[in-house]
Design a protein. Structure first.
Length: 276
């Protein structure tokens, strides 16, 4: 019975030791956070809407993370930052929510995929008390007469230290969390980049603004600008780079402009009613 109690006690001690390791850690989402908001232009920062008091957590497998990112970008959200790290279950949902509130995120896309399982044992030493023996003594003493006697004596053996190796199993996860905020309606509603190498080779040109993404219900969306289009003129001005379009937008907000785009082998003129 004592052996069973000791085994149970060692298991409890192991559980306490592991729990102390977990609860003693700082918030990993804060520790490994990479802030992207500082890289936004002042104009884009001004378009950020006030954050929601209750962030929404979208949990997805790691291979689906980029798909959810695209959905948020297409609905007018911008990324504030991200956190990536590995750990053995140290990250909690409450820590994720706390950091989301701290950075002002409306939505968090979160992935935690099992990386590997670690197995081993932890030595735990406990004191095993010695055993106590009681001996009954009785008899008769003869001399000039006789007398009877009886009594007990107690003997205790020394205690010992017992070390057992308690097995444990710890799962390690890869964590990825991206933090997003809703913005006011964009002036144009398209993510523009430099031309990819494949597009440059196909069109035999370096200049223009490549449409990498179109925000749903934005002016670009309603004007039927498509992902993969190349804008070569905007408001009657030739476009050498995507930055030129971004620089023009604040001066044209609320106006109706014409963009010349290359789509496949066609060159099209598209009228766009820009937002304020």
């Amino acid at each position: 019975m004592n052996k069973e109690k000791n085994i149970a006690l060692r298991a409890i001690l192991l559980s306490i030791a592991l729990s102390s390791l977990l609860t003693g850690c700082a918030n990993p989402y804060s520790k490994f956070y990479q802030n992207h908001a500082g890289q936004m232009s002042p104009a884009r920062q001004q378009r950020l809407l006030p954050p929601s008091p209750t962030p929404q957590i979208i949990a997805v497998p790691g291979q689906k993370h980029d798909e959810e990112v695209r959905k948020l970008e297409e609905t007018g959200y911008v990324i504030l930052g991200e956190a990536t790290f590995s750990g053995d279950g140290v990250a909690t949902k409450q820590q994720l929510i706390e950091h989301a509130k701290q950075v002002g995120a409306d939505i968090v896309i979160h992935s935690s995929d099992l990386s590997h399982t670690e197995q081993g044992s932890i030595p735990i030493t406990t004191y095993q008390p010695g055993q106590t023996y009681t001996t009954l003594h009785s008899g008769t003493i003869y001399g000039q007469g006789y007398a009877s006697y009886s009594g007990t004596s107690t003997t205790t053996t020394p205690g010992t230290l017992v070390t057992d190796h308690v097995p444990y199993q710890r799962r390690h996860y890869r964590y990825l969390a991206t933090f997003w905020r809703r913005t006011r309606p964009p002036i144009l509603g398209a993510t523009l980049t430099s031309l990819p190498d494949s597009t440059r080779a196909a069109l035999q040109r370096n200049t223009g603004a490549y449409v990498a993404l179109v925000v749903i219900d934005s002016p670009a969306f309603k004007a039927n600008i498509l992902k993969g289009d190349v804008i070569v003129q905007f408001a009657s001005k030739p476009v050498d780079s995507f930055q030129e379009v971004f620089d023009l937008l604040p001066t044209l907000a609320g106006e109706k402009v014409t963009a010349q785009v290359i789509r496949g082998t066609q060159t099209l003129n598209v009228d766009i009613q820009l937002n304020q």
